[in-house]
Ligand binder design. Structure first.
Ligand code: ATP
Ligand code: MG
Length: 623
């Protein structure tokens, strides 16, 4: 059974690596969040308004101070001083209450936004084609659904509001400063230009590093996930050390990136704090000189300086608000990379003059060169290559012509890697054929709705996957809600699974899958087989369904399966003669083509390759 490699090397870069952060605009990216934010916009705007009011309240404090210094303090009026102190206290309390209210306003709607985005991502991942999942590391997808969405929520809660609040506050503050003394105000305005330049440089740099860090989190998630899923191989082959090395290497790399981020943040913080401080110092000196000369009241200078100091936090926080916005933009970008990936088209590309003339199993449509033909499954010149295969590699399937008659069971035999699994995957359109067409009862599957196609075709895969659910639920997944207890019993019987299921602690209600009881490979395979037959599908595709069974169980399953297969059109991938014996005819897949079709005995005589493939089991199968 092919095992997935356990991170033999640092995971390959994903298709998103082309992004270097230079060609994108954080604002444009973040604007894409609008559809999600729209439903809660009233709350967000109210919250922003409340925050602006609260923040501007802090600018009133210097005005009260000015009144205090020039009035009651200059007049030595203790009653006035107490009153001033009371005003200041009230202002402080109002500010605190308003900020608290803002937080309350945004908390619930924003977790709703996050939940909706996550649900959309999940839905999308379910609908994206297998080819997409082949290409993307699961850790990358996981991290997008977790860390990245958290960053987006944090952005909507803080930086989004506070960049606005701080901008308004700074603007209002400057108006106040200039109104109080325009020459001193101008001194404080000088740092604005260098700060804007520094901030924009910082933003660009930080965006690149943030992207790198988030991608590295995805890679790290992949390694952790693979080591957990592959824990048996890790232990069995004594691979802890190399796994740990791969992990250490990646986490070291992530740490390096985080340090670069921290360094950038420290630098911008230092500049943003230091430059305005210089300006305030200069204003202090100038103002003191003016007060000494009698050009300025002491109260105005106090008010001026405390306004300037009140603006310190809004200015200083811009550095990390920008940093958080960049991270959120990166997260949004990563989120939409998945959301933008192309979904499977409902009907495939129309190939040539397709006549979809559904012919019931009983009808005998005029056979001949025209499309349609009799029922069953018909492959016509089907070719396929994997989208991510190297350009010069030959296609996996190259001109497959094959007809499985209605009610017939056809075994598909071929060397390992010859494309059997690929061929079977084309029938339910898990992959889209790159050329040719496949007809089910005369109907081109590329023109069928996926849901209908998949209700007609049932599959059991090479590697049986069970979900964290009860045995019964796992099996009944194969029928679209219509099957009940009797069908479940029958399917378990066909798969010879009823015996062992009965002995499970809670019978069919036993929880299996990752969160439940572990079953043996053969047990899992039999449940997967039961799942495939429970819905009495018209077409059945089985990819080596009995490989893990002992010969006796296999024989019993086959006997029961023969009953099912009697009125089902089936394609069964087989490696062993015993499985081949189930089939009416056998097709040999070789070098991307169907090299021969016939009964087992015919092929044994006529095809050296077939005889060789079957010879591993000796003559046992060819009784
Ligand atoms: N997702 C994929 N992307 C690219 N190439 C793939 C992919 N899956 C399979 N292949 C390649 O396609 C070829 C056919 O693979 P396939 O799984 O169909 O073989 P198979 O006949 O089922 O083999 P086995 O008997 O071992 O199950 C192989 O060379 C394989 O490397
Ligand atoms: Mg296979």
């Amino acid at each position: 059974m092919p095992e997935k490699p356990v991170a033999p090397e640092p995971p390959a870069p994903d298709p998103h690596d082309g992004h270097d952060g230079h060609d994108r605009s954080a604002v444009r990216t973040l604007l894409r969040l609008w559809p999600y934010v729209r439903p809660v916009r009233t709350r967000l705007f109210t919250a922003a308004f409340v925050a602006i009011v609260a923040s501007c309240l802090s600018l009133v404090i210097p005005l009260v101070l000015k009144w205090l210094v020039d009035g009651p303090v200059a007049d030595r009026d203790p009653g006035g001083v107490w009153l001033g102190a009371l005003y200041l206290l009230l202002l402080g309390v109002a500010e605190a209450v308003l900020f608290g209210y803002r937080r309350w306003l945004v908390a619930r709607p924003l977790s709703g936004v996050e939940a909706r985005m996550r649900a959309d991502l999940y839905g999308r991942l379910q609908r994206l084609p297998i080819a997409f999942h082949d290409r993307w590391a699961s850790g990358q997808l996981l991290s997008r659904g977790t860390t990245d969405l958290m960053l987006v929520r944090m952005f909507l809660a803080f930086p989004l509001t506070f960049l606005l609040v701080n901008a308004v506050t700074i603007l209002a503050g400057y108006v106040l400063l200039l109104a109080q003394d325009w020459s001193l105000g101008l001194v404080l305005l000088t740092p604005v230009i260098p700060l804007v330049i520094v901030c924009s440089i910082f933003e660009g740099r930080y965006g690149v590093v943030a992207r790198r860090a988030q991608d590295q989190v995805g890679d790290l998630t992949t390694v952790v996930e693979e080591s957990v899923l592959g824990i048996r191989i890790v232990k069995g082959f004594g691979r802890h050390r190399s796994q740990a090395t791969a992990f250490r290497e990646l986490s070291g790399r992530l740490r390096g990136t985080e340090l670069v981020k921290a360094r950038l943040l420290a630098l911008i913080w230092a500049v943003i704090t230091f430059v305005p401080e210089l300006a305030i110092g200069a204003a202090l000196v100038l103002g003191t000189v003016q007060v000494a000369d009698g050009d300025l009241s002491a109260g105005t200078l106090v008010a001026f300086l405390s306004t300037a100091l009140a603006l310190r936090w809004p200015v200083e926080s811009i550095g990390f608000l920008l940093a958080m916005s960049q991270e959120a933009a990166t997260a949004t970008e990563r989120y939409f990379e998945v959301m933008d990936a192309e979904e499977e088209p409902e009907t495939g590309p129309a190939t040539g003059g397709t006549l979809s003339t559904p012919a019931g199993p009983g009808t005998t449509a005029a056979s001949g060169t025209t499309a349609g033909g009799p029922g069953g499954v018909r492959f016509e010149g089907v070719s396929f290559r994997y989208p991510d295969a190297p350009a010069d590699a030959p296609p996996v399937l190259d001109g497959i012509d094959l007809h499985i008659r209605p009610g017939e069971t056809l075994a598909l035999v071929g060397g390992t890697g010859s494309g059997k699994t690929t061929l079977t995957a084309l029938v339910p359109r898990l992959h889209e054929a790159s050329g040719g067409r496949i007809l089910l009862d005369g109907e081109d599957i590329a023109l069928m709705e996926r849901d209908r196609l998949r209700s007609l075709v049932s599959m059991a895969f090479e590697e049986p996957t069970l979900f964290s659910a009860s045995v019964g639920e796992n099996v009944l997944m194969g029928a679209d809600g219509t099957a009940g207890e009797p069908e479940l019993r029958r399917a378990l019987g066909v798969a010879q699974a009823d015996g062992f299921v009965e002995r499970l602690p809670e019978g069919v209600a036993t929880q299996v899958g990752e969160q439940g009881l572990s079953l043996s490979g053969g047990q899992r395979q039999r449940l997967a087989l039961a799942r495939a037959v429970v819905g009495r599908p018209r077409f059945l595709v089985l990819d080596d369904p009995l490989s893990a069974l002992d010969v006796h169980t296999e024989a019993r399953v086959e006997a029961a399966l023969r009953e099912v297969l009697r009125d089902t059109t089936a394609l069964v991938v087989a490696h062993r003669p015993s499985t081949v014996m189930l089939a009416d005819r056998v097709a040999l897949l070789s070098r991307g083509r169907i090299a021969a079709v016939g009964t087992h005995h015919e092929l044994l005589r006529s095809s050296a390759e077939y005889a060789w493939l079957m010879s591993g089991e000796g003559e046992g199968g060819a009784r």
